[in-house]
Design a binder for this molecule. Structure first.
Ligand SMILES: [Zn+2]
Length: 69
């Protein structure tokens, strides 16, 4: 299970290492560099699935369950 992700701000391109809360996927957060809101568009699971290099823990768990771990 990956619990940290590199989140990339779509407004300024700033990357930040973020801890991903288990069992909860934020659909929005604020860029620590430019203070722009980072919002997952409809159809995207959360900010991590949309703008980071990893899927969020609930989605990782779904995938693991599907493939037998
Ligand atoms: Zn930014």
């Amino acid at each position: 299970m990956i619990l940290t992700a590199t989140l990339t701000c779509p407004a300024c391109g700033h990357t930040t290492r973020e801890a991903m809360p288990e069992g909860y996927s934020p659909v929005e957060c604020v860029c620590p560099s430019c203070a722009s809101p980072i919002i997952a568009k409809s159809g995207e699971c959360c900010v991590f699935c949309a703008y980071s290099d990893a899927y969020c823990p609930p989605r990782q768990r779904l995938r693991d369950g599907c493939c037998g771990g």
